[in-house]
Design a protein around this ligand. Structure first.
Ligand code: AMP
Length: 283
C-alpha cells in the first residue's frame, strides 16, 4: 500500500514537512492545482516524479483569478478522491492552505504580468486572470521553494506567463510544461467538464477536431485566414459561442501572418451553454 502524503495546511507545518522531504538534498517538484483532480493532473504528478526526488502538489482554489461572475462558488471540490489519487501516485506532500492564509484581510500586493499575459487571448476575456494566477503562483513558489514546477500545456498562455515570471523574478524554479491529456474522443480533460450536460458533452469534442483540421489545412498550405475561417465555422456551427480561434507564435504568443513565421500554435476558447472551454494544438 502506498503511503498517504503529508498534508500541510499552515506555513509552519509546510516548512516542517519540506525539511523532512529535503533530507540529503533531495530535489522537490511542485504541481500547482485547484483540486478536482483528473488524469491530466495525474500526468503532471508523474512527470514531476521523473524530474525530482520528491513531489509536492498544492490544492488551492485561488479566489483572485476568478472574476465576480465566474464559477468560484461552484468550482468542483473533491478532496477525498483527490487525496486517494495522489496517494496512489506516491505523492510526498499536499499543500492545502485556506484563502485566509493566502490572502489575510490586509493583503495588498499583486504581481503585474505583461509580455505573454497581454497578447489578447485569455487576457481579453478574463482581465483578472493572469494577475491572480501570477500572484498565487509566486506565493506558492516562495512558500514551497521547489526546484521544478510542472504546468500543463492545456493552459498554454498560463504556462508561458508563469515561465516568464519565474525567469524575470529570479524565482529559482525551472518551469516545465506537460502535454495535454484528452478523453478518448479528444476532449481535453478539465475539472470544468463536469458542468457539461450530456448533450453539450457530446458536442464538446468538436473543439479539438476543429483545431486538428485547422492545423492540417495550414500544414497543407491554406492561408491563415482561410484555415481559421473554416475552423471557426465548424465550431460555431456545432453551437459554440466562439471567443477566439487564433494562430500565434508558440513561444511569444505574438500574432503571426503565416505559419512560416512559427513555430505556430493554434489556440481556441469557446462557450458551450454556460461552460467555457479552452484548448490548443501545435501546427
Ligand atoms: P487546474 O487545477 O485546472 O488549475 O490545473 C492545474 C494544472 O493542471 C495546470 O497546470 C493545468 O494546465 C494542468 N492541466 C489541467 N488539465 C490538463 C490536461 N487535460 N492535460 C494536462 N494538464 C492539465
Amino acid at each position: 500500500m502506498p503511503q498517504a502524503p503529508l498534508i500541510a495546511r499552515t506555513l509552519p507545518s509546510l516548512h516542517r514537512a519540506l525539511d523532512r522531504l529535503r533530507a540529503r538534498n533531495a530535489t522537490v517538484a511542485l504541481v500547482p492545482t485547484m483540486g478536482a483532480l483528473h488524469e491530466g493532473h495525474i500526468s503532471l504528478v508523474r512527470l514531476a516524479k521523473r524530474r525530482a526526488k520528491r513531489v509536492a502538489v498544492s490544492i488551492f482554489v485561488n479566489p483572485t483569478q476568478f472574476a465576480p461572475h465566474e464559477d468560484l462558488g461552484s468550482y468542483p471540490r473533491t478532496w477525498k478522491a483527490d487525496i486517494a489519487k495522489l496517494t496512489a501516485e506516491g505523492t510526498d506532500l499536499v499543500w492545502h492552505p485556506d484563502a485566509g492564509l493566502m490572502y489575510p484581510p490586509d493583503f495588498a500586493s499583486r504581481i503585474a504580468v505583461e509580455g505573454p499575459a497581454t497578447v489578447n487571448l485569455e487576457d481579453r476575456f478574463r482581465p483578472h486572470f493572469f494577475g491572480g494566477v501570477a500572484t498565487v503562483v509566486a506565493k506558492l513558489f516562495t512558500q514551497v521553494r521547489p526546484d521544478v514546477a510542472i504546468f500543463g500545456e492545456k493552459d498554454f498562455q498560463q504556462l508561458k506567463v508563469v515561465t516568464r515570471m519565474a525567469r524575470d523574478l529570479d524565482l529559482g524554479v525551472k518551469v516545465v510544461g506537460a502535454a495535454i491529456v484528452r478523453e478518448r474522443d479528444g476532449l481535453a480533460m478539465s475539472s470544468r467538464n463536469v458542468y457539461l450536460s450530456a448533450e453539450e458533452r457530446a458536442t464538446a469534442p468538436v473543439l479539438y477536431r476543429a483545431l486538428k483540421d485547422t492545423a492540417k489545412r495550414l500544414r497543407d498550405g491554406d492561408s491563415l485566414a482561410a484555415a481559421l475561417a473554416a475552423g471557426a465555422g465548424s465550431i460555431t456551427h456545432a453551437g459554440f459561442a466562439l471567443d477566439y480561434l487564433e494562430a500565434r507564435h508558440a513561444e511569444t504568443l505574438a500574432p503571426i501572418a503565416s505559419v512560416k513565421d512559427g513555430p505556430a500554435r493554434l489556440l481556441v476558447a469557446a462557450k458551450i451553454g454556460t461552460t467555457r472551454l479552452i484548448d490548443n494544438v501545435k501546427v
